[in-house]
Design a protein around this ligand. Structure first.
Ligand code: SF4
Ligand SMILES: [Zn+2]
Length: 365
């Protein structure tokens, strides 16, 4: 899989990341993070494993322009596998299994990347999961290259897990190859995603597709359009679930730097609502997830501060197919401000004094 990289973007990301990690110092102690929620049908346990870190982020590509997960990974001081297993065991045993369990094990990288999750650790984790009879679904995450190049690892995982269903989350973010390369620095194309989904489905593996809302260098309106188009493409390719993730500002990332210079702002909650509404209207049965990190805060998707909770609630209602008011301007006066923003011709925004990086906007003619 040849790398699709924008050298200026990648070198800027590497520089910012290294600067941040250096200043942060060596005393970080990554720990397993866990959260349990309940729905009518199941108990959902989410764990973030403190593994070495995403190889894409640790490579000379610097990783994705928005992602700061590597800040909390163990990197060159790996945590012994026994400690990670002990912690998974501890959190699994704390749950009273009154319902089937859906287990989400995320390592802030790729579960099938043996540099991040070595084979022995992966097999031991699978063994632990198998010993918990209530688990019906294991959800992990991976970049497409591991689905395409490490099929043996996927086969082995899927075979050992049976009858537990395997779900793989892929961070597609955008279906536009220019945006993937020049905004997100993902290093793969929509074709790689398409082949990965095909490969997973041939093994009866579910695919969850993450769509990141509002790439750097795009306007609010361009970002809305991109997310809608990306969802259409992902559904056409056959994703089972779509998870919308409004971009939030993480330390040491390119979007953090752009935000400091007032050249980036996370998406409005109105934008998220408008995307979710369009997609729900178009695909009434599609499984949609939207649980924005830092919603309502300056570093996450937000509105004026007064209506944020109301709009988050509207997003939840749209997802479950409930009716919401037709006239959204009655919810808050900031709706009209947002409307002006998204309806103003793009050229007005482009005429600002833009940084060199801003000129990388792939939609510039
Ligand atoms: S978004 Fe995923 S692939 Fe990109 S750097 Fe972060 S963990 Fe790695
Ligand atoms: Zn408001």
């Amino acid at each position: 899989m040849p790398l699709k990289r924008n050298k200026l973007l990648a070198s800027t990301i590497v520089r910012l990341r290294n600067q941040y990690l250096k200043q942060r110092g060596p005393d970080l102690k990554p720990r397993l993070w866990s959260n349990t929620t309940e729905t009518e049908q199941s108990i959902i346990i989410t764990m973030v494993l403190p593994t070495r870190g995403c190889s894409w982020a640790l490579s000379e590509s610097g990783g994705c322009s928005v992602c700061g997960y590597v800040n909390d990974s163990s990197r060159d001081r790996p945590i012994p596998s026994e400690q990670i297993l002990e912690q998974i065991n501890y959190f699994l045993n704390r749950v009273v299994p009154t319902k089937p369990i859906e287990l989400k094990l995320f390592n802030s990288g790729s579960f099938f990347d043996e540099n991040d999750v070595p084979r022995t650790l992966r097999l031991q984790i699978l063994d632990l999961v198998k010993k918990t009879p209530e688990v019906i679904l294991l959800s992990v995450e991976s970049r497409p290259e591991y689905l395409l190049n490490q099929q043996k690892i996927i086969d082995e995982t899927n075979r050992l897990l049976k009858p537990i269903k395997l779900e793989i989350g892929i961070g597609l973010e955008s279906s536009n190859s220019a945006i993937l390369k020049d905004c997100w620095n993902k290093g793969f194309s929509i074709e790689d995603y398409r082949k990965s989904v095909k490969m997973a489905h041939s093994q009866d593996i579910r695919i969850k597709t993450y769509i990141l809302i509002k790439p750097p260098f795009l306007t609010e309106a361009e970002a809305i359009y991109d997310s809608i188009m990306t969802t259409f493409e992902a559904v056409k390719i056959g994703t089972n679930v779509v998870s919308f993730n409004p971009c939030n500002i993480q330390n040491g990332t390119l979007v953090h730097e752009l935000t400091k210079k007032d050249r980036y702002q996370p998406p409005w909650l109105w934008s998220i609502l408008s995307i979710v509404q369009s997609i729900r209207n178009q695909f009434p049965d599609l499984e949609i997830i939207c649980e924005p990190t830092a919603a309502g805060k300056r570093r996450g998707t937000h509105n004026c501060g007064k209506c944020d909770h109301k709009v988050l609630d509207l997003i939840d209602r749209v997802i479950i197919n409930e009716k919401i008011p037709d006239d959204l301007s009655t919810i808050c006066s900031c709706f009209s401000k947002w409307k002006v923003l998204v309806e103003t011709p793009i050229e007005v925004f482009r005429s600002r004094n833009l940084s060199k990086l801003r000129l990388l906007n792939p939609l510039n003619e």
